[in-house]
Design a protein around this ligand. Structure first.
Ligand code: CDP
Length: 202
């Protein structure tokens, strides 16, 4: 059985939490595609050339805890605007999406470019302040020294870059179901997403 769920949206909208829960609920595999760009961004911060870093990316590169820092997120969003970097990461994502047993992929262009034929497409969003509050809490809980204002600025800057780039810009697919989580608890957001997927499986 192949079944692909594409979950896109801006920075810190809750895609990861929702995607993991949807994958667990249905027994699907989960890929956080942002990690691919973060891993390339981290290599560039360490001195590598972006395209070569993308072309030689290894799945173990995705397991590094330091990929979650705001600095790496910014570098990720910069390398993600380079068409050749995106191109180098397509095959891995598409083969993950087509795996037996079902797959959930979250990112920015899953429903539009990577898996235009996905069985379900969700576009998860929330207001910039809500998203920054959640990301600020997440990073502070991990012990990172961040301020709310810098997290909000990071979220807004990445959104602007992700939306305005020519290569696979952040935009909802025409057939995506929009899910605004600003006023929802985590449980409500997960229930809404599981409901959309359940409907598509019938
Ligand atoms: O977790 P968060 O939403 O903050 O970011 P992420 O999903 O880890 O993605 C980091 C950056 O990678 C984004 O700002 C995008 O520029 C880029 N990205 C992308 O271009 N396409 C994807 N499918 C996933 C991430």
């Amino acid at each position: 059985m192949r079944f692909t769920v594409a979950i896109d949206g801006p920075a810190a909208a809750g895609k990861g939490t929702i995607s993991k829960a949807v994958a667990a609920h249905f027994g699907f595999a989960y890929l956080d595609t942002g990690l691919l760009y973060r891993a390339v961004g981290a290599k560039v911060l360490a001195g590598a050339a972006p395209i070569a870093a993308a072309q030689t990316l290894d799945p173990v590169d995705l397991e590094d805890d330091s990929l979650r820092t705001p600095q790496v997120a910014q570098a990720a969003s910069e390398v993600a605007a380079i068409p050749e970097v995106r191109e180098a990461l397509i095959a891995f994502q598409q083969s993950f999406a087509a795996r037996e047993g079902g797959a959930v992929l979250d990112g920015r262009d899953i429903g539009t470019v990577i898996c235009p034929g996905a069985d379900v497409k969700l576009f998860v969003t929330a207001s910039p302040v809500c998203r920054a509050e959640r990301r600020f809490k997440e990073l502070s809980d991990k012990g990172m020294a961040v301020t709310f204002d810098t997290v909000l600025a990071d979220v807004k800057e990445r959104d602007a870059r992700d939306r305005s780039r020519a290569a696979a810009p952040l935009v909802p697919a025409e057939d995506a179901v929009l899910l605004d989580t600003s006023e929802l608890t985590v449980e409500q957001a997960i229930a809404a997403a599981v409901g959309v997927v359940t409907k598509a499986r019938i």
